[in-house]
Design a binder for this molecule. Structure first.
Ligand code: DGP
Ligand code: NA
Ligand code: NA
Length: 245
């Protein structure tokens, strides 16, 4: 049984506090002399990442499919180095990953879509809308497929925050996707992703209350991370698994 570093992903809505918590966590690991590395997706420093950055800042328009594939390609750029680091015993803390990919892309709707418009049956009678959200632009399974076979995390920490709370936080609204309606759909999609992660046995998915005080959140993160780091050292995690295989 191989001993290796644990692969920990932190996910959440925009302004859920992920990046702050990821930085606190990496400092704590390093203070404990645990070899560890912080990575972040999108990685805006690569050529693909620069395109993504320009898209997120609304300086570039791109087809929804094309940008989704670029986000995925940006994860693939780092995939082999993630595996190499894990196998060398380094703990990887990853700020966003493929789960954001599904949640943010599959939650896109046509700009003209009317969220609560009543639908009319062929017989002419009005029926209540069956879905809270308008039809997606990109099918869920399509959004998932380019990330099939990426290294799978051992632990995903979902920092849960209500979209109305996120939208009150400083800086919200600066980039594409940062509007409350989109974030509400993203949060629903994350619930579906969590169910599938559970069903497919892709590591552990833990929902943490991101609305608590910073220190309380970091304590709850630490108690989960401590455990999975221990499992890595004891060889209980086995080889690095792959997403959705
Ligand atoms: P940040 O984590 O603040 O650097 O923001 C990155 C933004 O990009 C955030 O709104 C989530 C979004 N995002 C991350 N990955 C993907 C993806 O694969 N597809 C799409 N459409 N959006 C993504
Ligand atoms: Na953002
Ligand atoms: Na962030």
């Amino acid at each position: 049984m191989s001993k290796r570093g644990a692969f920990v992903v932190i996910e959440g809505l925009d302004r859920s506090g992920k990046s702050t918590q990821a930085e606190t966590l990496i400092k704590r690991l390093q203070a404990a002399d645990i070899p560890s590395k912080l990575i972040k997706f999108p990685d805006r420093s690569t050529p693909i990442g620069k395109l993504i950055d320009s898209y997120l800042r609304s300086e570039t328009e791109l087809d929804d499919h094309a940008i989704h594939l670029l986000f995925s390609a940006n994860r693939w750029e780092l995939a082999s180095s993630i595996v190499k680091d894990l196998e060398a015993g380094t703990v990887i803390i990853c700020d966003r990953y493929a789960f954001s990919g599904i949640a943010f892309s599959a939650s896109k709707v046509a700009p003209s879509a009317q969220p609560d418009a009543p639908t009319t049956t062929p017989t002419g009678s009005n029926i209540a809308p069956t879905h809270k959200t308008p039809p997606p632009l990109l099918p869920y399974s399509w959004c998932r497929s380019p990330d099939v076979s990426l290294p799978a995390p051992d632990l995903t920490l979902f920092l849960d925050i209500l979209p109305e709370v996120a939208s009150q936080r400083a800086g919200f609204g600066g980039e594409r996707y940062e509007n409350q309606e989109h974030q509400e759909r993203v949060r629903e999609l994350f619930e579906r992703v969590a169910e599938e992660v559970e069903a497919e046995g892709i590591g552990k998915w833990v929902v943490l209350n991101g609305g608590l005080e910073l220190q309380e959140v970091s304590e709850s993160i630490w108690s989960e991370v401590k455990e999975v780091v221990r499992q890595g050292v004891e060889g209980e995690l086995g080889n690095v698994k792959r997403l959705w295989d």
